[in-house]
Unconditional design. Structure first.
Length: 158
């Protein structure tokens, strides 16, 4: 029963991470930015990217935590795995680390640069290029999470 709950939490976090990234990057931002030439602190893209970075980071933390818990809970079942499982698992962990550090950089470095504009008005000139960086890093994080998801589906065959 615990395995079912762990897998459900794991898949739910993956769905939130991928779903929020796809919705924001592929649907919301292109529609909102059609008529807007300048990104500033009052633009809808600023507000959605301000929410998207910590959401992605929290989802990746939940993914990592539930994955580690699942491995620790089922350590005795890992004896009879097919050859090549750990090779593929290592590749998956490289993509997980990439997604983790990318989302951590977005949430704790880039977002913080432009989040306290009331206290640091000089940072207002950084908003457009920082939002572009966050958008491009969100696309990188999306690809890393999707590749990780497909590697996880492939690993479940073992």
């Amino acid at each position: 029963m615990t395995n079912i709950i762990i897998i459900f939490i794991h898949l739910l976090a993956a769905g939130v991470a991928i779903g929020s990234l796809i919705y924001c990057l592929m649907i919301y931002l292109p529609v909102v930015e059609k008529g807007i030439n300048e990104r500033d602190e009052n633009s809808p893209s600023y507000k959605i990217l301000d929410l998207l970075a910590p959401t992605t980071f929290a989802s990746i933390l939940i993914l990592i935590g539930s994955g580690i818990y699942f491995l620790l809970e089922n350590y005795s079942a890992q004896v009879g795995l097919k050859p090549g499982y750990y090779n593929l698992f290592g590749i998956k962990m490289v993509f997980v680390a990439g997604a983790f550090f990318t989302s951590m950089y977005m949430a704790f470095s880039l977002r913080i640069q432009i989040s306290d504009l009331d206290l640091n008005p000089s940072n207002k000139k950084l908003v457009p290029q920082t939002l572009k960086k966050i958008t491009s890093l969100c696309k990188v994080a999306l690809w890393l999470i999707v590749i990780t998801l497909f590697l996880g589906i492939w690993l479940s065959r073992f």
